[in-house]
Design a protein around this ligand. Sequence first.
Ligand SMILES: [Zn+2]
Length: 312
Amino acid sequence: MNLKFLMLLLVLALPTQAGAALRVVVSVDWEGRNLDPQNLAAMEHFRHDYPRIPLQHFLNAAYYTKADAEPRLTTAAIRSVLRAGDEHGLHIHPWRSFVQAAGVKFRTEPAFRGPLDLSQCEPDCGHDVNMAAYTGKELRKLIRFSIRTLVKQGFDRPRSFRAGAWQADNHVFRALAQEGITLDSSATSAAYLKERWGKTLLYPVVARLWPQTTATSQPYRVPLGQGLSILELPNNGCLADYVTGPVIAQTFRENVELWKKNRDKDIYISIGFHQETAQKYLPHLRQGIDAIVELSQKENLPVEFVVPPFTL
Ligand SMILES: [Zn+2]
């Protein structure tokens, strides 16, 4: 083989170095509430129509702790919408059944819809309790239990995390890092939530936790002391329940402007939806993605749909 041919082969084998990309991460929050066929069907249609978009799943162990849970059927239902190349991350809402199954005392407040009425806690409750209310030791138990449950059901060992209702603070981060989670995606801009949640505790809590997060916030490392840290990938485009297609497109455009200022640096856009409301809100996301693809073709933008792990 002559040298010239060998060089050509080497060049072709190397990843392209055509500058940085606009990297879109599409995430799914699995709330641990239910697995209704119509939402799974909507997800399946999405997978069919967008086969090249991998999903960053924030899976939830609480499906397995419901009183009537059938693990085999639960796993099959979740798996029906997973595809090769997806990421299996972790999502936690401190449902009572889940907290108790993890061997932790259930807390009823603060909850973003107000204090819980335990007489109404059937079949389960606690979705709206702030997970940051739990101690570091309790959080580690919840995280460990989640990972153990999901791995036992055949899912990949989660390395990424999103807190229920974006409510993670540094003590949540510390528990995550101690349990081997390397990436968090709980930061978002409270502005997205004002219209729907402005009159509840959710809005001010998110505003207090993420005062600096905007539509163009980029990944950053959070130092946690004792050699620990976690990478924050802001959910800078929020989730489809709170943003329309045009808002997703606008977020993308703002990030394109950021990319144009320094084309050597990858720019991340994190968008997504909830499994439990997929039927209702996936149309928003589809519209947003179609607008992103259309704009990237029109302006020849280097858009990639990716999931972690990625190097920054
Ligand atoms: Zn959630």
